[in-house]
Design a protein around this ligand. Structure first.
Ligand SMILES: [Zn+2]
Ligand SMILES: [Zn+2]
Length: 280
């Protein structure tokens, strides 16, 4: 059994408040867990990861984890300094990130926790940690899954990840601008999505708002729903909601999405705390 939990579905900046209670205000994060395995696979480390860390340390078990970060924009890493398992010696993590402006994964996290920004450095982490600078291509891991990394269309060096567990494919792509009339991009994204069981994708914009935000690095949700439908995706979860998208806005978008004929069988705007289970 593969369990996917949405820890944070907001893009850009945490957005707590009365207007985001239903969908949630924490920034990007997903946790994939595998039956009774002690291994935990985290996708991004926005503020959503903090509560998951608190929950994990309240149990007594040692955690083995991998944290795959798509890029170092703050909404994808700002939970790291507050992720308690990193400070406890019984746990073990590998943290992965593509190179960011000439800095490797370890250097980026050291900058995040430099004295100007945070009271303790990464030297305060007591868990056994390895830092990996993620490369494009596919890597098989001993925990029983492989990860394929592909460059996204987003400012800086941003990756999207495809996780293959047995015959099950899950795509995580929270920041990516899909340009529907770019044939080469359409073809490479189609190939990446094709036949996937579950795709989690950027839906920061709508077709209406996208017209004014071309080149900003985010997709219109309608375009992603159609592409996922064409590529035979079974379940689509739209994420990275704009800070200005209220619960009422997202409910409206959900209604419109549910009315579309060209969308995957399951097509939902993701909510913080939502879980999905897949049989592997
Ligand atoms: Zn983002
Ligand atoms: Zn970004």
């Amino acid at each position: 059994m593969i369990r996917i939990e949405f820890l944070g579905v907001r893009g850009s900046v945490p957005t707590p408040g009365r207007q985001t209670l239903a969908y949630g205000g924490n920034t990007s994060g997903v946790l994939i867990s595998f039956g009774n395995s002690p291994h935990h696979l985290f996708l991004d480390a926005g503020t959503g990861i903090v509560e998951a860390g608190n929950r994990l340390v309240s149990r007594s078990e040692a955690i083995e984890g991998r944290i795959l970060i798509t890029h170092a924009h703050s909404d994808h890493i700002q939970g790291i300094p507050f992720f308690k398992p990193l400070y406890q010696p019984q746990h073990q993590f590998s943290i992965h990130m593509p190179e960011q402006a000439g800095q490797n994964c370890e250097q980026v996290l050291k900058m995040l926790m430099a004295p100007a920004f945070f009271p303790v450095s990464t030297d305060a982490f007591n868990a056994k940690i390895s830092y990996e600078t993620q490369q494009p291509g596919t890597t098989a891991y001993p925990e029983g899954y492989s990860v394929t990394s592909l460059k996204a269309n987003h400012p800086g060096n941003t990756f999207m990840y495809k996780i293959r567990i047995g015959d099950t494919d899950i795509v995580y792509c929270p920041d990516n601008e899909f340009i529907p009339d770019d044939k080469a991009m359409r073809s490479s994204m189609f190939d990446f999505f094709e036949g996937c069981d579950l795709v989690i994708h950027d839906s920061h914009e709508s077709r209406l708002s996208y017209e004014k935000k071309r080149g900003w690095g985010h997709s219109a949700w309608e375009d992603i729903a159609e592409l996922a439908y064409e590529a035979g995706v079974n379940q689509l979860y739209l994420t990275h909601h704009a800070p200005e998208s209220t619960d009422a806005d997202l409910d409206q978008r959900q209604q419109a999405l549910s009315m579309m004929t060209r969308r995957p069988p399951v097509a939902l705007f993701a909510r913080e705390g939502q879980t999905v289970e897949l049989n592997s």
